[in-house]
Design a protein around this ligand. Structure first.
Ligand code: ADP
Ligand code: ZN
Length: 678
């Protein structure tokens, strides 16, 4: 019987499951209702694609974005899997092909846009197609609270009930509220088998920086990564336009993307991003769910995201292929104000607003972290890992100082001025700067006036920012620009709690250089492999990663396979791709045309029978003119040898049946010896 593991290597070309995948594949294959929460890039698609191949009938895949479905269908077809999509973007010809494949009983995966689910013709079609499993990608789209809510997702529960088939739901959104809504809406409240898979993405480098000429910071980050695909997230539409232009002027291929663009233009950008190498998209959060590109090498935030979940999801779009990828998040006091006011001015009920402030606080805690950033991030998701060695704070531990006194001074300045002023005015008071405003309010007569003279203005700014980051001070939702003390600050004011702050974020630090994907020795070969990949991709009009992902090319450059067998052992090289591209990439690695390999032998590449085949060829060569070299030449065809190799065990009767008497006479014993040794 074919197992998931067999198909994992023969179809997808992966040596092993990623953590969590094996259990999910088993449960889904056995037809259990399942909910899998996995980080972006954790490999969710495989968890329904493999079961789809192992099960009878068709697996219906519901996914929110057409571009994403198209990419997946293309990638599946590239590894020889019968998959099709029914979306509004199909040409009549494509639709016909899907229907033919359904009627021929060949189709294994049918991708469908959610808006199609409610059409009258859909249920009969799904029945006719013998849909035996429903897989729901981005299942959090059923949640009304999430920013990704899709009303059409509410249809999925009805379709499941009508068809009476198991359902597997996948999402990267972890919070309990969303999970409950998924269970209620997709599973009628019956809790499915739930898998929560670790949230670490070890290949992502994490870094935050305080804004200091932010445009220059982004430009230098991009410059250090020239030629690599990246995403820059901005808080506003206008900023995506100006930053995209600045990047273009610096010589990068870059375009803006936001919800205000017309749909055609958006599709065009999505299409370019997925098919071009090295494009930078400067976007609002509207750009995201459609990004299924595994080789995004970096993500930068030009502004602070709105919550720790949003941060995690957005950086997660980098490095899905598992190869190293870099992230940088810029933030400053204005970001904190903006995000707070967005929550306060929203329409959500008050307990929801409190929860949103909490999520923002978690992100600010991460921004102002004093120890390993990844540990802080993962602790939020309930894990407790040791320092990672792959974040800015592990690279360069921050300098901290006891800021209790300064924080108390700042709090008292805020209180004594009636909690009605912003940072600028409070710093004037603390540093004893008698501005007109200070004099007009008689704040120069306060006992706090000038108590903070020993500290520079820049230092005070960093202190205030960190106090806002720790939610000791919060912008007053009622009074623009005013800072209020929070409950969390009381123990500090009363002298019951110490505060340690970072000093280093005051002074400018150079951004970390981009990490190289491979060593200097392997870099030229990697470039050559990429060039060959581009040629294939252009010829087939598919994105480069559909040919091979960066990770696969990196492994080729490092391990330098010399034969098709070795090539087959590279991650991401399955049977179909080996057949299609193996020889061409070997040629690049060897710098010459490889030996002609018989197709029958090529089919066995990477399997134990491949080695057996080679030994049979040797044995046959020694006996081609008999024991003593005087008989008439005799040989077996390559396909016959392949069948012998695939016998798998030394069975004399079956061997004789395969070879026929004449050949069995000459080669039988030698072949049996080879099979016995295997
Ligand atoms: P997501 O969980 O974000 O949907 P995908 O399913 O797109 O992630 O997978 C991300 C990348 O990881 C893809 O390029 C996929 O081919 C790769 N991948 C998935 N499973 C494995 C595996 N077991 N071994 C190696 N690569 C894998
Ligand atoms: Zn770390």
């Amino acid at each position: 019987m074919t197992t998931g593991r067999d198909l994992l290597s023969s179809v997808f070309g992966f040596d092993d499951f990623r953590p969590g995948q094996a259990e999910i594949v088993d449960a889904v294959t056995q037809g259990e209702n399942t909910l899998a929460i996995m980080p972006t890039g954790g490999g969710k698609s495989l968890c329904y694609q493999l079961p789809a191949l192992l099960r009878d009938g068709v697996t219906l895949v519901v996914s929110p974005l057409i571009a994403l479905m198209r990419d997946q269908v293309r990638a599946l077809q590239a590894v020889g899997v019968a998959a099709g999509a029914l979306t509004s973007a199909n040409t009549p010809h494509e639709i016909e092909a899907v229907f033919e494949s359904i009627d021929a009983g060949e189709l294994k995966l049918l991708y469908m846009a959610p808006e199609r689910l409610s059409a009258a013709a859909t249920l009969p079609l799904l029945r006719r197609a013998r849909v035996s499993l429903i897989a729901v990608d981005e299942a959090h789209c059923v949640s009304q609270w999430g920013h990704d809510f899709r009303p059409d997702y509410l249809e999925i529960g009805k379709v499941r009930r009508a068809l009476g088939v198991p359902l597997a739901a996948f999402t990267a959104t972890a919070d309990a509220e969303t999970r409950d809504e998924i269970v209620a809406r997709l599973f009628d409240g019956q809790v499915p088998r739930t898998f929560l898979r670790g949230f670490d993405r070890p290949n992502l480098h994490l870094a935050f920086a305080v804004k200091d000429h932010p445009r220059a910071q982004i430009l230098s980050f991009a410059a250090a990564r020239r030629g690599q695909s990246g995403i820059v997230y901005c808080a506003t539409r206008a900023k995506t336009e100006t930053l995209a232009q600045a990047l273009a002027e610096a010589g990068h291929p870059a375009c803006a993307y936001h919800a205000g663009l017309d749909p055609d233009r958006r599709r065009e950008v999505e299409e370019r991003f997925s098919s071009e190498d090295g494009l930078i998209v400067v976007a609002t959060v509207a750009f995201g769910m459609g990004v299924d590109k595994p080789d995004v090498r970096w993500v930068a935030h030009a502004d602070l995201p709105k919550s720790i979940e949003a941060y995690y999801q957005e950086i997660g779009r980098a490095g899905r292929d598992g190869a190293p990828a870099d992230t940088l998040t810029l933030y400053g006091p204005d970001d904190i104000r903006l995000r707070r006011s967005q929550i306060d001015e929203g329409l959500a009920p008050s307990e929801r607003k409190a929860a949103d402030h909490g999520r923002l606080n978690a992100l600010l805690g991460l921004a102002e972290a004093q120890g390993c950033r990844r540990s802080v991030l993962l602790r939020y998701f309930g894990e407790d890992p040791p320092p990672c060695g792959a974040c800015d704070l592990c690279d360069r531990p921050p300098e901290t100082f006891d800021a209790t006194e300064s924080v108390r001074m700042a709090l008292s300045a805020a209180l004594r001025t009636g909690e009605s002023f912003g940072t600028g005015h409070l710093i004037d008071v603390l540093t004893g700067t008698a501005t007109d405003k200070v004099r007009a309010r008689q704040h120069d007569a306060l006992p706090t006036f000038g108590v903070g003279r020993a500290t520079t203005r820049a230092e005070w700014q960093a202190i205030f920012r960190q106090m806002m980051g720790r939610d000791l001070l919060r912008p007053d939702p009622e009074r623009l620009g005013a800072l209020r003390m929070t409950e969390a600050a009381r123990p500090v004011l009363r002298g019951e709690e110490q505060v340690t702050l970072r000093r280093d974020t005051i002074t400018r630090t150079a951004p970390a250089p981009a990490r190289a994907l491979v060593s200097d020795d392997d870099a030229p070969l990697l470039a050559a492999l990429k060039a060959r990949r581009r040629a294939f991709a252009e010829a087939a009009r598919v994105p480069a990663y559909v040919v091979f992902t960066d990770r696969t090319l990196i492994e080729m450059a490092e391990r330098r396979p010399g034969t098709l067998d070795e090539m087959a052992r590279i991650g991401g090289v399955g049977a179909t791709k080996l057949e299609r591209y193996g020889a061409a990439f070997l040629e690049v690695i060897r710098g010459e045309a490889p030996d002609e390999v018989h197709p029958a032998r090529r089919k066995l590449a990477g399997q134990a029978s491949g080695t057996v085949y080679d030994r049979l060829v040797d044995a046959q060569a020694q006996l081609s003119r008999g024991e003593d070299g005087r008989d008439k030449p005799l040989s077996c065809s390559a396909s016959l040898l392949a069948r012998v190799a695939e016998l798998g065990r030394a069975d004399a009767a079956r061997l004789r049946a395969l070879l026929g008497d004449r050949r069995a006479e000459r080669f039988g014993d030698a072949f049996l010896a080879v099979l016995r040794d295997a």
